[in-house]
Ligand binder design. Structure first.
Ligand code: ADP
Ligand code: TRP
Length: 324
């Protein structure tokens, strides 16, 4: 049997470079490896765990899929679908919640961070976030999950839940592991923290044009570099250089060491390299935008295929738990 893979991204907006390098690149790598069977969804139900706008969600649960397709996810190779269209995820999450304590969920760092960010929204849905994510993965018995490093606490919870289920109910869930890429942690353009769509000025969108990228990259703070030490901003630029133009990494490092590095030259080089990778994605997106019926068909097919698999798992779990 092929090894199963599942991943998803919340429908909170359009994808940025952090999502692309940390998650989508890993999805692509496993999709193109015939040893794996890949399931990729938009996590639209997870989007309602923090404050959101209804019309934005309606739009984004489709837009994320268009981003996926433009970035190279291929419906011939992967099942591409919307989480909410497979209600078995939510059903399974409830069954799984019976082996999880409240204390355990309250202590997850990801939960604490979100409560800090939205103190008025410490909801049950937020507390259940990792259980639903576990259900997403286990509904397909997936052992591999391409995500960025910030998702590790969720995967740890998923492994523990799988273990408990196997022990208590004799299920055969795998212990899901993250599948990491070279870009598992992309820093913010501001030189502080990670690139994230919730931090203005921190990210580059997959749809940004050359001039927008140039403006954003030129704004990365480098002036504070002194005494042979790279500042945070400059370190960020070198990370981009290594990811998008590895062949010129050595040359710029040498210039930095000898004190002859021109920041603008480095920044413009990175800008061109990023745009070179994004340009074909943008061309594909424009083509997909002209054919909404084609996209709709892919989504409908994906939703149906995913549901077939998830239904089978849920049926098995119900039987093992005495619910059938
Ligand atoms: P954001 O923080 O922008 O809201 P999400 O939490 O929706 O992003 O993340 C979606 C996926 O992209 C996850 O797999 C996450 O690990 C990955 N990801 C997000 N930001 C980064 C980053 N800066 N570096 C690497 N991976 C990231
Ligand atoms: N929690 C993930 C994020 O913020 C999104 C997600 C939901 C996910 N369900 C998943 C990722 C299942 C991998 C597998 O990005």
């Amino acid at each position: 049997m092929k090894k199963r893979v599942l991943s998803g991204i919340r429908a909170t907006g359009r994808l940025h470079l952090g999502n692309y390098l940390g998650a989508v690149k890993g999805m692509l790598e496993l999709q193109d490896n015939t040893e794996y069977e890949t399931f990729y969804m938009v996590a639209d139900v997870h989007t309602i765990t923090t404050p959101y706008n209804v019309e934005e969600l309606r739009k984004n649960r489709r837009e994320v899929i268009v981003d996926y397709l433009s970035a190279g996810l291929d419906p011939e190779k992967s099942v591409i679908f919307q989480q909410s269209e497979v209600p078995e995820h939510m059903e399974l999450a409830f069954y799984l919640s019976s082996v999880v304590t409240i204390a355990k969920m309250q202590h997850l760092p990801t939960f604490k961070d979100k409560v800090k960010q939205y103190p008025q929204h410490a909801t049950m849905a937020l507390l259940n976030y990792p259980i639903l994510m576990t259900a997403d993965i286990l509904a397909y018995k997936a052992g591999f999950v391409p995500v960025g490093i910030d998702q590790e606490p969720h995967l740890e919870a998923a492994r523990e839940i799988a273990r408990r289920m196997n022990q208590d109910y004799n299920t055969d869930f795998p212990q899901p592991q993250s599948f990491k890429t070279e870009g598992e942690y992309i820093p913010a353009l501001t030189g502080k923290g990670k690139m994230s769509k919730s931090v203005e000025g921190s990210y580059i969108n997959l749809t940004d044009d050359l001039e927008t990228i140039r403006k954003k990259i030129r704004a990365v703070p480098t002036a504070d570099t002194s005494g042979g030490e790279k500042s945070e901003g400059l370190r960020t630029l070198f990370i981009f250089l290594k990811l998008f133009s590895p062949e010129s990494s050595g040359e710029f490092e040498k210039k930095f060491e000898s004190g002859s590095l021109q920041f603008v030259e480095l920044k413009d080089h990175i800008t061109e390299a990023i745009f070179k990778e994004l340009e074909p994605i943008q061309t594909d997106r424009k083509r997909l935008e002209t054919d909404p019926a084609f996209v709709d068909k892919i989504i409908k097919n994906g939703n149906e295929k995913a549901r077939e698999v998830a239904k089978k798992t849920v049926k098995e779990v119900r039987e093992k738990m005495g619910l059938a």
